[in-house]
Design a protein around this ligand. Structure first.
Ligand code: F6P
Length: 339
């Protein structure tokens, strides 16, 4: 077979590990050839391709980002987008496409599969871990480790200055990164989009904590979290951009309510950069191998997923349309350590 690959949407650590795994499995096990489309869905529309060989994809497992580059290009928002993709698939004699991406990339793939009969298999990725049908996406563990290390560093300086430090992390729709990172880093409060922020309660808890002699506090807040009763906050939507500056705003409000010096740190894209953790390298590799095998079994319109410790495949439609919100039992574990 001849297979095309693309990486779409925001990047995350582990994308290159997937590319490496697909090429290795395709060439060595199935005797197939692989080409990479560049810059997400722009590649198969504009015919931007690069050959992917064993030699060219060796030594990639540790590298962050994506050698295929990425974009948020959407063929359904471009003139003749789906037709152009069909033409390029034919021009490059491709039998199938493996699309690696988040909610938007997967939604496009589903429509290309169901309405335009493209032979496509998907691999879910996002640092946010908010895709349905899979327990974990690669990139998430790396992001959580970045958050944990940042909180470790914030702890020592917060303690030295008797300050409240607010740490804003990614997660526009779901609080997975905030919750895992906050638990691992020993945060004193974790605030997530799933639960409106009760400013007065938090301020009271911080005051009590400081009265007990703990003269500093670490507050982790997901970028999509919002204050209770805050009308300015748009409701969560799939693919919504939730950068409302909640970290800075919250720091100002906490300082006003408590009288304690409070500063904000926004971790931003640091959470998406750098080398993947061992967990993400292994998950990305397992997903790549499984997706390659699905293509060769001609099981199109499917996406790979981690359920428990098993890599399975489900219809692409099961992974899209609705975000996977934070498990509130897990949030309950974070709450044990609040104040
Ligand atoms: O990958 C998902 C995500 O990291 C969100 O948490 C964040 O809001 C968004 O991407 C940021 O994307 P961009 O790179 O477009 O700023």
């Amino acid at each position: 077979m001849r297979i095309g690959i693309l990486t779409g949407g925001g990047d995350c650590p582990g994308l290159n590990a997937v590319v490496r795994a697909i090429v290795r499995r395709s060439v060595m096990e199935h005797g197939s050839e692989v080409v990479g489309f560049l810059e997400g869905w722009r590649g198969p529309m504009e015919g931007m391709v690069m050959p992917l060989t064993l030699q060219g994809t060796g030594g990639l497992i540790h590298r962050g980002g994506t050698i295929l580059r990425t974009s948020r290009a959407n063929p359904f928002k471009c003139e003749r987008g789906p037709e152009k993709i069909a033409e390029q698939m034919e021009k490059h004699r491709l039998d199938a496409l493996i699309a690696i991406g988040g909610e938007e990339t997967l939604s496009i793939a589903e429509e290309m599969s169901s309405k335009h009969k493209l032979n496509v298999v998907c691999i879910p990725k996002t640092i946010d871990n908010d895709l349905n049908s899979t327990d974990f996406t690669f990139g998430f563990d790396t992001a959580v480790n970045v958050v944990m290390e940042a909180i470790d560093r914030l702890h020592t300086t917060a303690e030295s200055h008797n300050r409240v430090l607010v740490c804003e992390v990614m997660g526009g729709n779901a609080g997975w990164i905030a919750c895992y990172g906050g638990i691992a880093g020993g945060a004193d409060f974790v605030l997530v989009p799933e639960k409106p922020i009760k400013l007065k309660e938090i301020a009271e808890s911080i005051k009590k904590r400081h009265a007990r002699g703990r003269d500093y506090s670490i507050v982790v807040v997901a970028e999509g979290a919002h204050l209770e009763g805050d009308k300015a906050q748009p409701p969560p939507t799939v693919n919504g951009n939730k950068r409302t500056g909640i970290g800075e705003r919250l720091a100002k409000l906490i300082e006003e309510e408590t009288g304690y010096e409070t500063r904000a740190t926004v971790l931003g894209h640091i959470q998406r950069g750098g080398s993947p953790t061992a967990f993400d390298r292994v998950l990305a590799t397992r997903f790549g191998v499984k997706a390659t095998d699905l293509v060769h079994e001609k099981k199109f319109g499917r996406m790979v997923a981690l359920q428990g410790n098993l890599v399975v495949d489900v219809p692409i439609s099961e992974g899209i349309g609705k975000i996977k919100s934070l498990d509130m039992d897990l949030y309950g574990v974070a709450e044990v350590f609040f104040s």
